[in-house]
Design a protein around this ligand. Structure first.
Ligand SMILES: O=C1O[C@H](COP(=O)(O)O)[C@@H](O)[C@H](O)[C@H]1O
Length: 261
């Protein structure tokens, strides 16, 4: 992928749907298209998922014959530092909502190393190494280039485990960092940093429901406030997408873009 240093980021594509059901359907079409392009080009699809409200919105991928599960390599944009069967685990949530219902090989899902739960530095280093193993010599230069990263936006504007005002917002070198003082429980987490998120080919936020409306307007209409979700701006030619429903979009000034595949 060409370096984007001299080119401004593409403007975000905002796709707004009348209902959460339509959003789910369109999101599945979008993911399948990203998957097809990646597999046609290099025979595999690298994707990172989030926890929270996102995994449920991926149900359009279940029983979908277009999905080539054996060619997916799945990482987590952030993970809570808890055992993989803990109710707070993003991996558990994604497994319950998606992976337990589809034929994805277990080894294609990259969960955290639970033998390192007591040492956050080691744990985040190990996850970074897992990324290096996947991307080295393939589609990475200084940072990995994911085919797709799917993000959520919390009520305070956080995304992944990047929280307002936190020093991690300015991390420029590490691929994966840890946080011990998350304002949202649980306090210990690891997270992709902005350099990783912003080097992806596509980054898509998914936000549904009236509870997201105020924050969505702040993040998209007032990016100058520098909220964590506003700082996601993939370097050119990467593209940022927002998939939202009408309730989440209710207070937005930014006009939506037609959803065309
Ligand atoms: O704590 C987290 O929150 C964000 C946002 O969650 P949502 O429920 O408001 O969608 C999520 O994207 C992240 O993965 C998770 O660890």
């Amino acid at each position: 992928m060409a370096s984007g240093v001299h080119h401004p980021p593409n403007p975000p594509a905002l796709h707004s749907f009348q209902s959460a059901e339509l959003l789910v359907e369109s999101l599945a079409l979008f993911v399948v298209k990203a998957q097809k392009e990646a597999i046609d080009r290099k025979g595999r699809f690298t994707i990172a998922l989030s926890g929270g409200s996102l995994p449920k919105m991926l149900k359009g991928l279940i029983d979908n014959p277009a999905v080539k599960w054996d060619l997916w390599q799945v990482f987590y944009a952030d993970e809570r530092v808890v055992p993989l069967d803990d109710p707070d685990s993003n991996h558990l949530l994604c497994s319950q909502e998606l992976f337990s219902k589809v034929p994805i090989p277990k080894e294609n899902i990259h969960a955290i190393d639970v033998s390192l739960l007591d040492d956050l530095e080691e744990l985040s280093d190990a996850y970074e190494k897992e990324l290096i193993r996947e991307f080295a010599q393939k589609d990475a230069a200084r940072f990995p280039v994911f085919d797709l990263i799917l993000l959520g936006m919390g009520p305070d504007g956080h995304t992944a485990s990047l929280f307002p005002g936190h020093p991690l917002l300015t991390e420029e070198d590490r691929w994966v960092a840890y946080i011990e003082d998350s304002p949202k429980p649980p306090p210990k987490r690891i997270t992709f940093t902005y350099p990783v998120i912003n080097h992806a080919a596509r980054v898509a936020f998914v936000a549904a429901g009236a509870g997201k409306a105020d924050m969505l307007s702040k993040v998209l209409d007032h990016p100058e406030e520098g909220l964590p979700s506003s700082r996601v701006r993939p370097v050119y030619p990467g593209q940022l997408y927002w998939f939202v429903d009408a309730q989440a979009a209710a207070k937005l000034e930014l006009p939506p873009t037609d959803f065309k595949l």
